[in-house]
Design a protein around this ligand. Structure first.
Ligand code: NAI
Ligand code: ISE
Length: 338
């Protein structure tokens, strides 16, 4: 079965995923595209033979759309995801699931009422080979119980429109998700330290930031978010356990020796760093859809947790306090205590 895919939002990542589903991952065909910028929708749809529809609701209800891909701006996600659930269609939503915890909870309520998982959130790091190997090591017990995690998330530069809150909402949100999954633990409190600011930032921006998270099991996580680091796109993660540690590998790169130097390249953006992870994420999602299975990737609950924890982190940044994440109890539908 080929899955007919309707895409809502044909911007940067929307176009990336359209290319991926057309040329790299088998089992799906882009059948409909919409964007509030009609020219952008046309430009993305024409080369893959998809129809351009006038809005997200039209995409969700189109007969040729079996599943929906939401790659529009974050504040619009909840509406499209709720429409897809109402239509009983599987929906892959790029992060964030919604920009408020309240909207995430509405999605959870709608999915539970539907009675079957339809929603998957685009936290692709769970599909990265390095993070998967780290999880295997942690789960195997080889390093003993995890105690501390050291992380860094560095982008070379960000546009003027990037705000201090986005360090949590847009950037650290990936660590929040992948660490909850890696440790199989929940983040219960958050704090933000602001070291000396880089002169390379926009005047309004607090950069870098050091985020400190604590989990229910008492694991401490420190995360450096530095979005004007200049030198490249660099993702680091090291978990220290009672009997050893496990570190995320750097991406493969040849070592060059020339002119008295030994060097390896550093990547410059998330597109290249997580290309294989995105491919695997979609390969597994499409295979599940074709088999009629419920999605097994990041759930609406994970989307809620990430939004609530990053919102608490913004509160921590603005107040200078340690803030409790105060998550709701996880419903049995998502594997919580009944
Ligand atoms: N997983 C990851 O690493 C990444 C995820 N993202 C997420 O993907 C989403 C899109 O990001 P980008 O592609 O970078 O943004 P973008 O601004 O390049 O593209 C978004 C597109 O959505 C369109 N749009 C906005 N509202 C719409 C609506 N209601 N209906 C139809 N079209 C609409 C815009 O006109 C634009 O073309 C964001 O939620 C972002 O956080 C973005 C980059 C990386
Ligand atoms: O999702 C992403 C962007 O939206 C965000 O702005 C970047 O900081 C992240 O590295 C990237 O993965």
């Amino acid at each position: 079965m080929t899955v007919g895919m309707g895409v809502i939002g044909a911007g940067w990542i929307g176009k990336e995923h359209i290319q991926r589903l057309t040329h790299t991952v088998t089992g799906a065909r882009i059948t409909a595209v919409t964007d509030i910028d009609a020219a952008r929708a046309e430009e993305a749809a024409a080369p893959v033979g998809a129809r351009v529809l006038h809005d997200g609701a039209a995409v969700v209800s189109a007969d040729e759309v079996d599943a929906v891909l939401v790659t529009s701006w974050g504040p619009t996600h909840a509406e499209h995801v709720l429409n897809a659930i109402a239509a009983g269609k599987p929906v892959f939503c790029e992060k964030p699931l919604a920009t408020t915890a309240e909207d995430c909870l509405k999605i959870i309520e709608a999915e539970i009422a539907y009675g079957r998982r339809l929603v998957q959130v685009g936290f692709m790091r769970r599909y990265d080979a390095g993070y998967r190997q780290m999880k295997q090591v942690i789960d195997s017990g080889r390093i003993g119980e995890p105690l501390i995690v050291h992380c860094a998330h560095r982008n070379p530069t960000v546009p003027e429109s990037y705000t201090s809150a986005m360090a949590a909402l847009d950037t650290a949100v990936h660590e929040v998700d992948v660490l909850r999954w890696l440790l199989d633990d929940e983040i219960v409190s958050t704090q933000v330290l602001t070291p000396r600011a880089t002169s390379k930032r926009s005047a309004h921006l607090k950069d870098p930031q050091i985020m400190l998270f604590e989990t229910a099991n008492g694991v401490r996580i420190d995360l450096e978010v530095f979005v004007n680091c200049q030198y490249g796109y660099d993702i680091q993660c090291e978990t220290v356990g009672e009997e050893g540690l496990v570190r995320l590998p750097d991406p493969d790169a040849v070592a060059v020796r020339t002119a008295g130097q030994h060097s390896t390249a550093v990547l410059t953006d998330w597109v290249g760093r997580f290309k294989d992870a995105f491919d695997t994420e979609f390969r597994e999602w499409i295979a599940g859809l074709a088999a009629g299975d419920e999605p097994t990737g990041p759930s609406a609950w994970d989307g809620y947790a990430a939004t609530a924890i990053t919102a608490a982190t913004v509160e921590a940044l603005e107040s200078g306090r340690v803030v409790a994440t105060d998550l709701k109890p996880r419903p049995a539908f998502y594997g919580g205590a009944a």
